[in-house]
Design a protein around this ligand. Structure first.
Ligand code: KDO
Length: 336
C-alpha cells in the first residue's frame, strides 16, 4: 500500500521535473531568439538613436519572440567607423553606416561624400530608393557583405564654431581647425570647405570644443542640439554643405539565414525606423534655428554659392571623381 508520504514525495518530484522542463523550454526559447546586436555612435536624444526603438518595437510586434534586438548607443559596443568590419566578421548584426564608411570599400560611393551633390532629403530618398540605389546597394552587398535595408536622412550638415567669426566664403575658414570624423574621405570634405580638417571621434567632440583643441565641427542641426554642442560653441554658419545620409545595414550572414517572411519583417521594421527618423528630423530642422538663437548662438548665412562652387570644383579635380562611373553625377542630378 502506498503511504501518503510516498505519494506526496512523488508529486513533489513530478512538479520539480515539470518546472525544470518549463525552465529548459523557456531557456531554449530565449536561446532560439535570433540576436540582433546594433551599434551606433548616436546619442540617445537624436532621432537616429530613437529610431532603433521603433525598429525593435516593429519587429517584436510582427514576429513575437523571434528576435533579440539589443540597442547599443554612444559607440558603446563598436567604435565609430568600425561597424562594417564588425558586421563582416559576424560580431555585429546591424548598424547605420555612412556613405564615408561605404566609400572605403566601394570607391564610386564617394560621390555621396562630396558636398553639394544631393539637393535635399526628398532628392536623397528618390536617388537611393530608385535604380541608382538598387545598383549601388548590390555592389555594397557584394563587396561589404552587408545588405542595406533603408536610407536614413541624417540631416544637412552645417559648420558650427567655438568662436564667432565673419564667414562669407571658404577663404574665411582658412586655418580653422574643423573637426571631421576620422577618415580621409571626411577630411577631404573639411579641406574642400577651406578649413584645416582635424580628425576626432564623435564622442570626443564636445570636450574638444570645450577645451579648444578644435575650433569647430560640422553636423546637422538636430545633432548639434542632441549632443549639446551648442553649449560649447558660439556660431552656426549655414553652409548646407552636405545633405547627409546613413544606411541601415544588416550583416549578410544574418540576412541570408532568415526566412523570406522574416526578411520581409526586418525590412519593414527598418523602413518604419527610417520613416520615423526622416519625418521627425525634417520637421525639427524646419524649426530649430530659433532654439539656437535663444541659446545665444549667432546664426549666419554665408555666400552659399561661393561654398558650392569651391567644393564642387575641388571634388571635380580630385581622384575621387576619377572613379565615379561615367554619367552617374548626371543621373543623380536628373533624379527628380
Ligand atoms: C559625425 O561624427 O560627425 C557623424 O555625424 C558622422 C555620421 O556618419 C554618423 O556616424 C554620426 O556622426 C553619428 O551617428 C552620431 O550622430
Amino acid at each position: 500500500m502506498t503511504s501518503t508520504f510516498t505519494l506526496r514525495r512523488g508529486l513533489i518530484a513530478a512538479s520539480v521535473s515539470a518546472l525544470a522542463l518549463c525552465g529548459m523550454a523557456g531557456q531554449a526559447l530565449a536561446q532560439a531568439k535570433i540576436p540582433m546586436r546594433i551599434s551606433t555612435p548616436a546619442v540617445p536624444d537624436d532621432w537616429h538613436a530613437k529610431m532603433w526603438t521603433v525598429f525593435k518595437e516593429a519587429l517584436d510586434k510582427s514576429n513575437p519572440n523571434q528576435f533579440d534586438v539589443q540597442i547599443n548607443l554612444n559607440a558603446s559596443l563598436f567604435k565609430q567607423g568600425t561597424e562594417p568590419a564588425a558586421m563582416a566578421r559576424g560580431n555585429l548584426e546591424l548598424s547605420s553606416i555612412s556613405a564615408f564608411d561605404i566609400a572605403k570599400m566601394v570607391p564610386e560611393f564617394s560621390i555621396f561624400t562630396a558636398g553639394y551633390v544631393v539637393r535635399d532629403p526628398q532628392h536623397q530618398q528618390k536617388v537611393f530608393n530608385g535604380p541608382i540605389g538598387e545598383q549601388l546597394f548590390k555592389t555594397v552587398s557584394d563587396k561589404m557583405d552587408v545588405t542595406v535595408l533603408s536610407t536614413i536622412y541624417l540631416g544637412t550638415r552645417q559648420v558650427n564654431l567655438r568662436e564667432a567669426r565673419n564667414v562669407r566664403t571658404p577663404t574665411d575658414l582658412k586655418g580653422v581647425k574643423l573637426r571631421m570624423p576620422g577618415s580621409k574621405e571626411w577630411l577631404f570634405l573639411g579641406e574642400a570647405l577651406g578649413a584645416t580638417a582635424t580628425p576626432l571621434a564623435f564622442g570626443e567632440v564636445y570636450l574638444g570644443l570645450k577645451t579648444g583643441t578644435i575650433d569647430g565641427q560640422d553636423n546637422p542641426l538636430p545633432t548639434v542640439r542632441a549632443a549639446k554642442f551648442f553649449e560649447v560653441t558660439k556660431q552656426l554658419v549655414l553652409t548646407n554643405h552636405l545633405v547627409d545620409g546613413i544606411f541601415i545595414a544588416i550583416s549578410n550572414k544574418t540576412w541570408n539565414a532568415l526566412s523570406a517572411a522574416q526578411k520581409q519583417s526586418v525590412r519593414a521594421a527598418a523602413q518604419a525606423a527610417a520613416q520615423y527618423n526622416n519625418e521627425n528630423r525634417i520637421k525639427e530642422e524646419g524649426q530649430i534655428v530659433d532654439f539656437f538663437r535663444q541659446q545665444g548662438l549667432q546664426v549666419t548665412t554665408p555666400d552659399v554659392d561661393a561654398f558650392r562652387k569651391a567644393v564642387q570644383d575641388t571634388y571635380a579635380k580630385s581622384d575621387y571623381a576619377k572613379v565615379w562611373p561615367a554619367g552617374l553625377l548626371d543621373r543623380i542630378n536628373n533624379t527628380r
